[in-house]
Structure formats: structure tokens, C-alpha cells
Ligand binder design. Sequence first.
Ligand code: NAP
Length: 327
Amino acid sequence: MKSIELPGGSQMPVIGLGTWQAKDAKLLGSAMEAAFEAGYRHFDTAFAYKNEDIVGKVIAGWIEKGLVERKDLFITTKLPMIGVHPDRVELFLNKSLKSLRLEYVDLYLIHFPVCFKYEEGKDIVVDEKGVVQTEPTDHIAVWRKMEEMVNSGKVKHIGISNFNRHQIARILDNAKIKPANLQVEIHPYFQNNELVDFCKEKGISVVAYSPLGSPGTNIFLKQSGLPSRDLPRLLDDETILSIAKKHSKSPAQIMLRFALQRGLAAIPKSITASRIKENIDVFDFELDESDMNKLKKLDKGNEGRVCALRSKGVIDHPEFPNRNELD
Ligand SMILES: NC(=O)c1ccc[n+]([C@@H]2O[C@H](COP(=O)([O-])OP(=O)(O)OC[C@H]3O[C@@H](n4cnc5c(N)ncnc54)[C@H](OP(=O)(O)O)[C@@H]3O)[C@@H](O)[C@H]2O)c1
């Protein structure tokens, strides 16, 4: 498995298994087993996904059976929105480590730059008008605590997710330990070129989330009672389909290969064994210059974004990262 080297020499495998929206112990457990069998060693979870205990149990099983050593796995988890406060970084990291049954995680990310109001036992506090309640946050103070977590040995690397360029630059200007990674939405319809170039220039590795355009998100929104919209269907895109046909690969494999050839890692989520296998089978072919150019032209900029958190209250927070898109 190819990997991206992080500061200090650790290796982040370029394909990882995403686990958002996978909360059923049986389904996620068998998905992780299928992934392990297919060669995945990189797993992406988050406190907010409410599945760290499932992920942790499966990993503990592999280690106990001697199938893998801890050092050969790459586990990412994330500080939730209710934790983006210096007093809560260690609290939430400890909760994650306990659920994951791990002594350390390889990568700990601040999930989102806005701090949601914290009330014990709640993920989100919403008032009677449906406005998400938030709190002020100071990214530099939070980052100091993230750095302390590295020094304590509970975390190998720290990074950010969903932060914009200005927010990352401010952390870089004040950091003792620079962010090792940015995790952000990236797929052919939302290529996020400026941000990727910025991170490359600053030596920050980038992981593409929703690398297939998150085809399950609309179903999730409908099931959660949240407003859903017509999301782009990248799996049916004519250009992607024709490149897939040319290489005898699937549309998903073309999208993942596109990310890898841009120097990114990607964390496709699936609970379907055949898809999990398919998504890591992307190392035996190469997109040529003409394929790459055709795929680059599919970028729709902000129009192509799928995972946009636009809830009332969140968009009013001073650290809401995508304000310019609302203008
Ligand atoms: N940091 C953040 O804020 C953030 C936000 C979003 C996502 N993420 C991370 O990134 C991961 C991936 O993003 P995502 O889950 O939004 O979307 P995604 O990986 O782009 O798409 C996942 C969806 O595609 C389907 N799928 C997977 N492989 C396929 C294939 N080969 N052919 C056809 N369909 C396929 C899956 O269905 P089945 O599962 O039914 O097979 C699932 O519905 C997440 O799971 C999470 O770990 C992070």
C-alpha cells in the first residue's frame, strides 16, 4: 500500500476506510473485516460518528489474535464541535481513546472550526427557532492543547478538518507543532484546488473526504429529517463513466485514482464488501494526461460542494469557514 510520509517519518496509507454514517455494529464490523482482508490499514472515525467503540472493538480483536501490530495501523479520530475549546480537548481525546481501546491515535483532527455549545451528554443544542447554539472559540488556545496531546504521547500527529486557508495560516503562524494534515471535501466536482495548493506549499498533507461525492448523504439527510437537496451524482457522470470504460475500471476507482494522482490520500466509506475491495484496487493502472485534463474540467467550484454545513447559528459563528460562499 502506498503512503504519504508525515513529519517524523510515520506513513499514512493513501487509501483509508471512511466510517461516517456507519453505526451498526454488525455492518461496520464486517466492513472493517472486509477492509482489513483487502489490505486497508488506515481507518477514519470521529467522536461525532458515534462508532468509535465499534471500531475499537474490531481493532482490539485483530491485535489480540496477532493479525496486526498496533504500529502497522493508522487510526484517525476527531475532536467534536462541542470540544473546540481549550478546556475540552483532553476530555474528548480521553473519551475517544477509551472507546477506541487505544493508548494513542495516529492523527487527531479538529473536526470543524466552529465551537458548538457544550451541554453534558448532548452533541448539539438547538433553540426553539432551530438555531444551533455555539460558543466563542480561540483556535490558537485550542491548538496549544492539541500540541500538549502530542507531547503527552496520546496522539502522534495533529491536524485540522474543514478549516479555510486563513484559519490554517493563523495556526501555522502560531504553532510549535505544525498541522500534519488537513481533511477536507474533495472530489471531481469540488476539487478545492486553491486550498490543496496552499497545503502543498506549506507541507501539510491532504486527505480527501467524500471522495466519491458522498452518494449516501441525501439518504442520510432525509432519514435525519434535515433539509435535503438534489446532490450531484458523480457515479453517473458521462466523463467519469467513459474514462472508467477506457481503463476497465469502475467510476469510483477513477475518482479515487484521480485523487491519488493529485498527491492526496482518500477515505472512501463503504459497508459493502465488494465496494470496499474495489476502492483499494486502484494501484494497477494510471490515468494519462488526457484523462487528468478531462477530470480537472469537471470542477464546479462551490456549486459542486456536497457536505456543506449551513445550519442557522453555525453560519453566524465568527469561525464559520465558508462565509465567502454565502455572499
Ligand atoms: N471531516 C469531515 O468533516 C468529514 C465529512 C464527511 C466525510 N468524512 C469522512 O470521509 C469518509 C468518506 O466520505 P463520505 O462517507 O461522505 O462519502 P464517500 O466516501 O464519497 O461515499 C460513500 C458512499 O458511497 C457508496 N460507495 C462506496 N464505494 C462505492 C463504490 N465503489 N461504488 C458505488 N458506491 C460506493 C457508499 O455506499 P455503501 O456504504 O452502502 O457501500 C456510501 O453511500 C466518511 O465516511 C468520513 O470518514 C469526513
